[in-house]
Design a protein around this ligand. Structure first.
Ligand code: PMP
Length: 438
């Protein structure tokens, strides 16, 4: 009831939006329980809704804004560019090259880089390039990992018992060409690669390098290195999905963090500094060359398109955002904010004796019900409780937003450079108001 009164404007807008937009929102993240909030303003750590409520924003649009929302120096560069040439010409612009060179400087494994429209498109291009280069079809992913919403990668594809509700409308062929192994189970991966080897081989293994769903199930420290060795042994390409981790866990991404060199890297979010058309693919010169083959060499080509893929606007936004992260060390500051938030939440969880676990990798914080976290990291059942767990955390998310805190479904919290100690302390006071009532 409190929520209905406080957010009456959002509720009314959502009722109206439902008449012309499926569910009334454009993205699942916006579907906060009990109804979506309509925002009007974003600045640094804060959001404001149509009813004038201010929120501390730990959703951070799902991760692209390490500098904080609507970071002025980047915004000014973007506006300058729009004044000069508008958002797109369809032809080449120097910013595309500047961004590619800047990424290569921080991630040496990204020898060539191609901008795309979204992380999902980056994944599609990576898999196509890997298949084209290796001449093999099968791709192995880790159960529970999210790699966007293409037919071949959609979340929950094979995990039994999770409901897999996302996986309707997908051709059966995808279920054959995409295989899954349980998180952290390196032996299962080796077995599958061996079996594939006896048939038609494996084109690629794709991982979220921190672990499925941005480390909701964290990787064991040696996992990525072991996957690299197996890929080398079986001639499969290793693809790192750095959509969330790129420029967030460090300027060198998770590949720098773990010191493991992938063959291909998928980008999203930060790569366009929080501006639209945020996706990309980079990696080994010989593999990436398949994207231009035919144009250059007459070799087999992995076709990749996208009218707005390489627009100057998102390339300039990404370029200036990454430069700003370099100059301000935003990723370090965001990471410290994540530490302060997680440590504060851990104190509250203990003080109020709540059945939660909190942990963070820098600016990526997870708040989970403890039941599921007590299972071994290699336990095949780890995702079977995802349904009830998700609902419980979403209800918590609603309680948090009623106290002025936005999270990702109550269970994930991204911090940014704008989250100063004062902001985090205000947030912790709001969390405490909620925890007192649980
Ligand atoms: N990979 C990962 C690890 C992601 O978290 C996401 C998006 N949250 C994607 C891929 C898909 O990116 P996009 O939403 O830009 O298509």
């Amino acid at each position: 009831d409190h929520f209905d009164t406080r957010c009456a404007g959002s509720k009314a807008l959502n009722e109206e939006a439902k008449t012309c937009i499926p569910g009334g929102v454009q993205h699942n993240l916006a579907f906060n329980y009990p109804f979506p909030l309509a925002m009007t303003r974003a600045d640094g750590p804060y959001l404001w809704d149509v009813d004038g409520n201010r929120y501390i924003d730990f959703l951070q649009a799902g991760g692209p804004t390490v500098l904080g929302s609507n970071y002025l120096p980047v915004q000014e560069k973007v506006i300058d560019l729009i004044r000069e040439c508008g958002p797109v010409t369809g032809l080449f612009h120097e910013y595309e090259m500047k961004l590619a060179k800047l990424i290569h400087r921080h991630m040496p494994a990204v020898e060539l880089f191609r901008m795309l429209g979204s992380g999902t498109e980056g994944v599609m291009a990576a898999i196509r390039a890997a298949r084209c280069f290796t001449g093999k079809e099968k791709v192995i992913k880790v159960g529970g990992a999210y790699h966007g919403w293409s037919d071949q990668m959609v979340y929950g594809l094979h995990i039994p018992g999770t409901g897999s509700f996302e996986a309707h409308g997908i051709p059966k062929g995808c279920l054959v060409a995409t295989q899954e192994v349980h998180p952290n189970d390196i032996e299962a991966l080796e077995t599958l690669l061996t079996e594939n080897q006896k048939q038609d081989g494996t084109a690629a293994v794709i991982v979220e390098p921190l672990g499925p769903e941005s480390a909701t199930r964290p990787v064991l420290s040696d996992y990525n290195r072991q996957v690299r060795e197996l890929c080398d042994h079986f001639g499969a390409l290793l693809i790192f999905d750095e959509v969330v981790t790129g420029f967030r866990v460090g300027l060198g991404g998770a590949q720098g963090y773990f010191d493991v060199r992938p063959d291909l890297t998928i980008f999203g979010k930060c790569v366009a500094g929080g501006y639209p058309a945020a996706g990309g693919l980079g990696g080994r010169r010989d593999v990436m060359a398949t994207l231009a083959a035919g144009l250059e060499s007459g070799k087999p080509r992995a076709y990749v398109g996208g009218t707005l893929a390489a627009n100057p606007l998102s390339c300039a936004a990404g370029y200036y955002a990454i430069k700003a992260i370099e100059e301000t060390e935003a990723h370090v500051k965001a990471g410290k904010a994540g530490d302060r938030l997680s440590q504060g939440l851990a104190r509250l969880i203990e003080a109020y004796n709540l059945p939660y676990v909190v942990f963070n990798i820098g600016s990526i914080c997870h708040l989970q019900t403890s039941g599921v976290m007590l299972l071994e990291v290699t336990d095949p059942n780890i995702f079977t409780e995802i349904g009830p767990r998700k609902q419980m955390m979403e209800e918590m998310g609603a309680a948090f937003s009623a106290e002025g805190i936005i999270t990702l479904a109550g269970s994930r919290l991204y911090t940014s450079m704008a989250d100063t100690d004062d902001v985090i302390d205000d947030a912790l006071a709001a969390f405490e108001r909620v925890f007192k009532q649980v």
